[in-house]
Design a protein around this ligand. Structure first.
Ligand SMILES: [Zn+2]
Length: 151
């Protein structure tokens, strides 16, 4: 059956994606290392226009300049939206449903998607802060943040 994708030029083959190591890029590496080593969320900072970004990005979407440094930000976030997660990615019911939230930070463009914890009923506009794993357990991942809890 022909459809739009069947008309595309294709090359059959297997990608050995799992046999390579992929880097996250210099700025995202700094971001993950600041979580691991300092227990802090930092944002990408555009030196040209002064804007901060999360997730970190290597180019400013406002002025187009390269972004190559991180700045400390207020760790207090605000829940912009949230959703209760009841099923896993296979559609199987979770024993312990949880909340995922989109969290914004003061003066930062964008935000982070992460779990909420220690909360019964989240609310839009609720102030939250990150709860990190113990420093010896951190590996340099967003999962080093266990969840965000209400302040
Ligand atoms: Zn800029």
């Amino acid at each position: 059956m022909e459809n739009r994708t069947s008309r595309l030029l294709r090359y059959p083959g297997d990608m050995e994606a799992e046999s390579y190591l992929y880097t996250v890029g210099p700025l995202a590496e700094q971001f993950l290392l600041s979580i691991k080593n300092e227990g802090k969320i930092k944002a990408a900072y555009c030196k040209n226009c002064g804007r901060l970004f999360l997730p970190v990005r290597s180019f400013c979407t406002f002025c187009g300049k390269e972004v190559n440094e991180l700045r400390e930000i207020d760790q207090e976030g605000v829940v912009e939206s949230f959703s209760k997660v009841k099923l896993d990615s296979f559609g199987k019911e979770l024993k312990e449903p949880f909340y995922l939230a989109y969290i914004k930070f003061r003066n930062v463009e964008g935000g982070l998607l992460h779990k909420l914890g220690e909360v019964k009923e989240p609310k839009i506009g609720m102030k939250v802060k990150p709860v990190f794993k113990e420093s010896k357990e951190r590996i340099g991942s967003l999962e080093d943040i266990l969840y965000f809890r209400p302040i």
